[in-house]
Design a protein around this ligand. Structure first.
Ligand code: FMN
Length: 200
């Protein structure tokens, strides 16, 4: 069993999503007896997908450029994971661009999805995903609810790849002052613990 632990916050150790994603990765490793594989996209971002990266995906293992080998490793890492834990802060109503660059590496026709006569089919089935969603504002309810292109996008793209078992752990209103922020983080932690107890 493998738990792929991904972070995408650019804020290093100050990131709420990084702290919470580590707790979830430990929880999932304990639940599954799996080992944690780490990919910190905030600390070590993948570049934007280039035309060469995209067109070179079919290269045979012995003929790959370093970039093609890197992208093949990112894809294999995702395919091998039983659980994928994703720390995903909201940036400008969507996800960090480094997380989008990762998605551009793992959404590969013939590997993680296929188009059939009946429409698209996800091929990366049998995985669980846990998304740690952090935001400065409030989007789960209220006037800004329609501006969330972060959780809705991740749910869509993971589902497109065949990952339909997606748990969201949310800490929002993080910019509403220290007390609200602390409460929001405490609530997210309690949610992580609650799921751990349910799984035990
Ligand atoms: C580049 C950038 C863009 C952001 N855009 C939004 C936004 O559109 N909406 C929002 O509510 N918060 C926004 N924030 C605030 C973050 O979502 C918030 O600070 C969150 O705590 C960051 O998560 P982290 O602590 O896990 O890094 C933005 C922060 C950064 C750095």
């Amino acid at each position: 069993m493998t738990v792929l632990h991904i972070d995408s916050s650019i804020l290093g150790d100050n990131a709420v999503s990084r702290e919470l994603s580590a707790e979830v990765a430990r929880r999932e490793a304990a639940r599954t007896g799996g080992e944690i594989v780490r990919r910190d996209l905030g600390a070590k971002p993948l570049p934007h997908l280039s035309g060469d990266d995209f067109l070179g995906r079919g290269a045979a293992p012995g003929e790959r450029t370093p970039e093609q080998s890197r992208d093949a490793a990112v894809l294999d890492e995702f395919l091998a994971a039983d659980v994928v834990v994703i720390g995903a802060p909201m940036y400008n109503f969507s996800i960090p661009s480094n997380l989008k660059a990762w998605i551009d590496r793992v959404a590969v026709a013939g590997k993680t999805f296929a188009y059939t006569e009946a429409g698209p089919v996800g091929l990366a089935t049998g995985k669980k995903a846990v998304v740690i969603s952090t935001r400065g504002g409030l989007y789960s309810e209220g006037p800004a609810a329609g501006m969330d292109h972060q959780e809705s996008y991740l749910k869509t793209v993971l589902g497109f790849l065949g990952v339909t078992d997606v748990e969201f752990v949310r800490a929002e209103r993080l910019s509403f002052g220290p007390e609200v922020r602390a409460q929001s983080v405490a609530d997210a932690r309690a949610e992580i613990d609650r799921e751990a107890r349910l799984a035990a």
